[in-house]
Design a protein around this ligand. Structure first.
Ligand SMILES: *[C@@H]1O[C@H](CO)[C@@H](O)[C@H](O)[C@H]1NC(C)=O
Ligand SMILES: *[C@@H]1O[C@H](CO)[C@@H](O)[C@H](O)[C@H]1NC(C)=O
Ligand SMILES: *[C@@H]1O[C@H](CO)[C@@H](O)[C@H](O)[C@H]1NC(C)=O
Ligand SMILES: *[C@@H]1O[C@H](CO)[C@@H](O)[C@H](O)[C@H]1NC(C)=O
Ligand SMILES: *[C@@H]1O[C@H](CO)[C@@H](O)[C@H](O)[C@H]1NC(C)=O
Length: 292
């Protein structure tokens, strides 16, 4: 009785934190500028912002981070937009972190290294948003920090939260807890398991040494353009609205044809690097387990 009386009060105090339209557009623009959309993910309409915190420090989207800074699993918080429909304490979620490799990678032709995969995660409502909780979750692949190969360029590590409907069916080889990291087809996993909407995502960069491969350049997101696009006469400035994200793609696209012929060789090198990087982590884990 006493607890029931508290419920309306709790509900009221929890209803505050929401992500603004600008926050959402910023995520969308960053995923496009980093060419994660549409190369890795064909479309992304976030229902909130995913705050990623390593060792008590929030990352900003697209940030360069050291391997040491991201060695242990982050805490995740979903701050929903006011019209979010899939952010709920009664759903299950799948949390993933994949290595999308460097900008310019043909995501359809190469696999992605799976650094983290959790099914049956939950959202736990709090004052600042919904923290991702793991009560009843199954950690298919335990968090394994990035280990990009030396000289392989700045890899993009993407953390994603999907709704996981009751019809979700994991593949046989990714249904057991503590399956070691490996490369897999991220897009096949998403489409073939029956995952639901991509609710929120974030990404960061980790580079090991100086790149010995050519990485196509990208143009940072111009937030002023975004703010203008979202608040002022959107229809009267169509070129301003669309030129920031697509402009960055045009400029990087124009630089990539020249790297296309050598692109295949680069991808192979990267692929090997990613694999040796992955092996390096496994060996490090094994070594740690043996106390070496
Ligand atoms: C990350 O570092 C690279 C150099 O390795 C630099 O070109 C890029 O601008 C940096 N990105 C951010 C978001 O700081
Ligand atoms: C929320 O509103 C935004 C902007 O109006 C729209 O793009 C988005 O599709 C809406 N999301 C949902 C889940 O309805
Ligand atoms: C979540 O991230 C957004 C964007 O980086 C930031 O504005 C907000 O303060 C963060 N919220 C919390 C609770 O950390
Ligand atoms: C959600 O996950 C729990 C385990 O934590 C499971 O018992 C339940 O069946 C799942 N619900 C759905 C709808 O998949
Ligand atoms: C799981 O098995 C499928 C074939 O059923 C294969 O294509 C895929 O590469 C395997 N995934 C992993 C992570 O081993």
């Amino acid at each position: 009785m006493f607890l029931l009386g508290l419920l309306p009060f709790l509900a009221a105090t929890h209803a505050q934190s929401t992500a603004s339209t600008f926050d959402i557009e910023l995520v969308e623009a960053n995923f496009e500028a980093a060419q994660l959309v549409p190369e890795l993910i064909s479309t992304f309409t976030p229902e909130g912002v995913l705050n990623v915190t390593f060792g008590g420090t929030d990352i900003s989207i697209g940030q360069n981070l050291t391997q040491d800074a991201v060695g242990s699993s982050p805490t995740l918080l979903v701050v929903p937009s006011s019209n979010a429909t899939d952010v709920s304490t009664s759903n299950n979620y799948t949390v993933m972190m994949v290595d999308a490799d460097i900008v310019g990678t043909d995501e359809g032709a190469t696999g992605q290294t799976r650094h983290w995969l959790v099914n049956n995660a939950k959202l736990v409502q709090g004052d600042s948003g919904y923290s991702v909780g793991y009560d009843g979750a199954i950690s298919i692949t335990d968090y394994a920090g990035p280990g990009p190969a030396a000289g392989s360029g700045a890899h993009r590590y993407v953390i994603l939260v999907y709704t996981q409907p009751s019809t979700f069916t994991p593949p046989a080889n990714l249904s057991t807890a503590h399956t070691p990291l490996s490369t897999f087809s991220f897009s096949d996993y998403v489409s073939q398991t029956g995952l639901g909407n991509l609710v929120a995502g974030n990404y960061f960069l980790v580079e090991n040494g100086v790149a010995t491969v050519s990485v196509p350049s990208t143009t940072p997101v111009n937030t002023a353009t975004l703010a203008t696009a979202s608040t002022t006469s959107g229809s009267s400035s169509p070129s301003g609205t669309s030129s920031a994200p697509s402009g960055s793609k045009t400029s990087s696209a124009s630089s990539s044809p020249s790297s296309s012929p050598s692109g295949a060789a680069i991808k192979q090198t990267i692929g090997m690097g990613a694999i040796s990087g992955a092996v390096g982590i496994v060996l490090a884990v094994v070594a740690a387990g043996l106390g070496l």
